[in-house]
Each structure stands twice: as structure tokens, then as C-alpha cells.
Unconditional design. Structure first.
Length: 374
């Protein structure tokens, strides 16, 4: 870590740098004028900027104007003591709309004008808690789906049949009306059938699945149909182990997210771009409800688009049934995604930044027969 008067530029190499870079939490030092003197590896990843570039920037380049983080740094300098603040929103155009962190700040012993900042992101923990709410909402729709299947589909069949009988003896003008009745009845049946999927409680056969083969399959479907006008890029981790999943359902999940991304970009976009990525993330563990068992979720699949983003007021309800931003949408697509991912023991989350909206799926990996990760 660079101290006052150090001309090394904060280059890693010392024992203290090695310790800082081993920490999983973002740590950085802020100089008297707000310049970023040092950032560990976790901070580089959090800010998505290399240390070489960071050393030419200031803290205010990353956090919003008037952010509590800036006043916290000033308070540390004034009081010459450590100060902490919890659940601080540092979201903005550069870091994304929803970046909630706990902030720990301390003066550097050798130079009290230099402040050491450590951040602990709350977003992932909050999103994991939100997943339990999404699953509860999906379970409530399960009962609704079973009722709709019996109480609505059967009468609709009768209505459609009656309209078809009337169509045989109707004139041209009335035939338009009977056709409208049939089309609307079919549309309602399709909606009910989608809701019925929530009620499917049958055990799903799962096994080792290569996520890259799933993504390649979805990419081919997209580029030959609804996303032919969009450039789709790949950022894959070639060493990724297989995921424990049902291949067909995983295709359904990713295809839904890719379709949503294509619709967000729009058919008239001149520079529409989508990124499919995979990564291996350590340290993400989720406790199974009703059990003390904690499951690791190291496999990450992400779909990012450069569309306009998601309205902030919908972010917290995005995976709830019947919530949609589309004029003709049913609001069941993402709810079904949340249910399928939840049934696989994973979570799905959204970072709704404009021109950089990202949906991430975190899943458990498959295990070899001897119990080791494959």
C-alpha cells in the first residue's frame, strides 16, 4: 500500500500488497485530495477498473455527487478515528443502479490524511433473501395454476366450440367476430397453460450439464430468429465444471433471459449488443430453507444487454408473477425463471444498469461419484 511520500505508485509486490490482494473484500486508500492511491484485487473487480487506471482517478469519479461515502472520508480525517456506515447506496451510472454496501473507513496510522476504505457489498445478500420471497410467490401461483386449469380451460373449450359452430352459418362480418372469439379463447388457454407450469411438482431428472453447450444452443436459436439483428458476444470461462441441472429446463431459462434482452434492445436498434458469459465464483453459499445445510453456488451464467434498462420501481418485484414492462406481456416469464432456478437450488439476480443490464444465474456444480466437485 502506498504511503505519503512513496513514489512507487502503489505497485503490488510488497508483503502488505500480497495480504491486501488476498482479501475477498474491496480495500482502497484515498489521498488528501480524494485520489485513489491503492486498490486491492477485489477493489479492481468491484470498480471494474485496473489499478493503473484507478491511480489517475478520484473517489468522486465512482460514487454519486453528495454520496455518504465522501462525507464519511471527511469525518475520518476530522475525527482521526475509524468510522463505519451500513447499507450505503453508492449506485450510479458507473457502478450500476443498485450497489448497496457497508463502508468501513480508518485513517492510515502513518498519515491521517490518507483514509483506508473497505466495502462489503450487501446486494448479493439482499438478493438471496429476495429469492426466498420469489419462491414463496411462485408457490402461491402453484395453487392458482391448478385451479385455473380446471375452472377456466374447460369452459373455454365450450366457448370456442360454440363459436366454431356459429362460424359455419355466419356471414363474412359475423365470421370476423367468431374468429376473434376463437383467437382470444386460444390466447387465454395459452396463458393458463403457462401458469400451470408453476404447479408441476414432479421431480426433475438432473445430471452434469455443460453450460457452454446450453449457451451455444440458445445462441443459435436466437441468431436464426428473434435476435438476428443483435451482435451476441461470448465471454466464457473454459475451465468451468459441469453444472447440476436439467438441460431442457436450463435451456428454457437462458432462452427466456436472452429473449427478454433482445426485446429490451428493440428491433430498431442499430448497435444492439448482448454478452453471454460464464464464471466460477467462490464464496457464494445459500442456506436451504428449513435446514442448516448450506449449498455452494459457484457456477455463474450471465446475460447482459445494452438496452435502456429497467425502471427502478420494478427492480424489487421483477421476478414476481404478473409484473412486466411489456405492453402485451403476461409477467410470467421471469417468475418461471425464478422458480426453475430455485428448484435447481440456485438463485437469479438482476443488475439493472442502463446500457448494461445484467441477469445472473448462480447454480451448484455437479459432483463426481466420489463426492468431489467434477
Amino acid at each position: 500500500m502506498r504511503r505519503s511520500g512513496d513514489q512507487s505508485g502503489g505497485r503490488p509486490g510488497s508483503a502488505s500488497d500480497a495480504v491486501m490482494n488476498a482479501l475477498p473484500l474491496p480495500v482502497m486508500t484515498v489521498g488528501a485530495d480524494g485520489e485513489l492511491l491503492f486498490a486491492n484485487s477485489a477493489a479492481e473487480a468491484f470498480l471494474e477498473t485496473s489499478q493503473r487506471v484507478l491511480q489517475r482517478l478520484r473517489l468522486e469519479d465512482f460514487v454519486p455527487f453528495g454520496s455518504p461515502v465522501l462525507s464519511l472520508v471527511e469525518e475520518v480525517r476530522r475525527r482521526r478515528t475509524s468510522v463505519s456506515e451500513y447499507r450505503v447506496d453508492i449506485g450510479g451510472p458507473r457502478l450500476g443502479l443498485e450497489r448497496i454496501v457497508d463502508v468501513f473507513a480508518s485513517p492510515l496510522p502513518e498519515d491521517a490524511e490518507v483514509v483506508v476504505l473497505m466495502l462489503q457489498e450487501r446486494t448479493i445478500a439482499d438478493k438471496m433473501n429476495r429469492q426466498l420471497t420469489h419462491r414463496a410467490a411462485a408457490r402461491s401461483v402453484t395453487a392458482l395454476g391448478a385451479m385455473l386449469a380446471h375452472e377456466i380451460k374447460n369452459p373455454l373449450s365450450g366457448i370456442r366450440g360454440a363459436a366454431q359452430l356459429l362460424e359455419q352459418s355466419a356471414g363474412d362480418e359475423d365470421r370476423l367476430l367468431t374468429r376473434l372469439i376463437c383467437d382470444e379463447a386460444d390466447r387465454i388457454v395459452k396463458l393458463v397453460e403457462r401458469v400451470e407450469l408453476f404447479g408441476d411438482q414432479r421431480p426433475v431428472e438432473r445430471g452434469p450439464v455443460n453450460v457452454h453447450s446450453v449457451l451455444d444452443h440458445v445462441k443459435r436459436l436466437a441468431q436464426t430468429g428473434f435476435a438476428r439483428h443483435i451482435r451476441i458476444l461470448e465471454q466464457y470461462d473454459p475451465s468451468l465444471p459441469p453444472v447440476l441441472a436439467n438441460r431442457d429446463q436450463l435451456i428454457q431459462v437462458v432462452l427466456n433471459l436472452v429473449k427478454n434482452a433482445a426485446e429490451a434492445i428493440g428491433v430498431d436498434a442499430l448497435e444492439g449488443e448482448m454478452v453471454l458469459s460464464t464464471a466460477f465464483r467462490t464464496g457464494i453459499r445459500l442456506q436451504i430453507p428449513g435446514s442448516s445445510e448450506r449449498v455452494s453456488l459457484p457456477i455463474e451464467i450471465a446475460v447482459r444487454d445494452n438496452g435502456p434498462g429497467i425502471p427502478p420501481e420494478l427492480v424489487s418485484e421483477l421476478f414476481d408473477p404478473f409484473v412486466t414492462t411489456k405492453a402485451n406481456g403476461s409477467g410470467l416469464g421471469l417468475a418461471l425463471v425464478a422458480k426453475i432456478v430455485g428448484d435447481h437450488g440456485g438463485i437469479v439476480e438482476c443488475d439493472p444498469a442502463p446500457r448494461k443490464t445484467t441477469f445472473r444465474i448462480l447454480l451448484p456444480m455437479s459432483s463426481a461419484r466420489d463426492g468431489r466437485g467434477s
